[in-house]
Write a protein that binds this ligand. Structure first.
Ligand SMILES: CC(C)(COP(=O)(O)OP(=O)(O)OC[C@H]1O[C@@H](n2cnc3c(N)ncnc32)[C@H](O)[C@@H]1OP(=O)(O)O)[C@@H](O)C(=O)NCCC(=O)NCCS
Length: 168
């Protein structure tokens, strides 16, 4: 399938219903979903895919599937996701990878590419990440792509940290 973004090791492409089983590897793992309200079942995964496809149509972006560009192996999802913050839609860099692939630098590599895509292709003037401050791995990914802690916000009923990077 056509790549939206390619990096040294990764291909990011649009999500579709055929990705359901692979996405369930992420969504059914309680450790991976620790900072989300709950794990997701088949039905919720289908809703997630439909929400993502709708984002592609409405905002031209959304979460993309990340795969090994040489083998095609599924690794996770990363992309640019519209999120309402203080009543305004902002573009968030989001990332979730399957647990067995953590620690290989994939999230950082994919998120960096999404940051560049946001500034160069979408021409947004800033990108954000909404992160549970206890989610150290996620905070680290945000820092490694140049994001800085902006402020605390309440979203999804939780106190979360808003990380921001502005276009140069
Ligand atoms: C967050 C996540 C995407 C990171 O994926 P990853 O591919 O392992 O990330 P990377 O390999 O690029 O490494 C990220 C950095 O975090 C660090 N890190 C990883 N786990 C950590 C932990 N538990 N505590 C502190 N730092 C951690 C790594 O060491 C690395 O930093 P370094 O290069 O300075 O050593 C992955 O843990 C994940 O999918 N988590 C579940 C979903 C999630 O919570 N997503 C974020 C929602 S906001």
């Amino acid at each position: 399938m056509t790549a939206i973004i390619e990096t040294n090791r990764l291909r990011l492409r649009k999500m579709n219903m055929r990705d359901k089983e692979n996405l369930l590897k992420i969504f059914s793992d309680p450790e991976t979903m620790r900072y989300y309200p709950n794990v997701k079942d088949q039905e919720e995964t289908i809703r997630w895919i439909n929400w993502t496809i709708n984002n592609y149509h409405t905002f031209r972006v959304g979460l993309w599937i990340v795969e090994d560009k040489h083998t095609g192996e599924f690794l996770g999802q990363c992309g640019v996701v519209p999120q309402k913050i203080d009543g305004m839609v902002q573009m968030e860099i989001g990332y979730l990878f399957i647990r067995e692939k953590w620690g290989s630098g994939y999230a950082t590599e994919a998120a960096k590419a999404c940051r560049d895509y946001g500034f160069e292709k979408l021409k947004v003037d800033q990108l954000v990440s909404i992160i549970d401050p206890a989610n150290h791995a996620s905070v680290r990914v945000a820092e490694k792509i140049g994001m800085k802690l902006d402020k605390s916000i309440i979203k999804w009923g939780k106190d979360l940290s808003l990380y921001i990077i502005k276009a140069r």
